[in-house]
Ligand binder design. Structure first.
Ligand SMILES: [Zn+2]
Length: 64
């Protein structure tokens, strides 16, 4: 299955287990799947920071 850049419709190349736009490397396109992934990871970290109780720590750490 081929993937195409949502910005410029260029066929994406696979890199680091994700797909990136080949035109991003030459500065012609701003699409960067890796940056999107990192932003998503930052979102998860923020969620953990603000809601530590919502993510169950190891059950053995809990005292009932
Ligand atoms: Zn592109």
């Amino acid at each position: 299955m081929k993937h195409y850049c949502p910005h410029c419709n260029t066929e994406l190349i696979e890199r680091h287990q994700t797909h990136v736009c080949p035109r991003h490397d030459i500065g012609e396109c701003t699409y960067n799947a890796l940056e999107l992934l990192e932003q998503q990871n930052e979102g998860v970290k923020t969620l953990i920071a603000h809601h530590p109780d919502t993510l169950a720590s190891r059950p053995t750490d809990r005292v009932f």
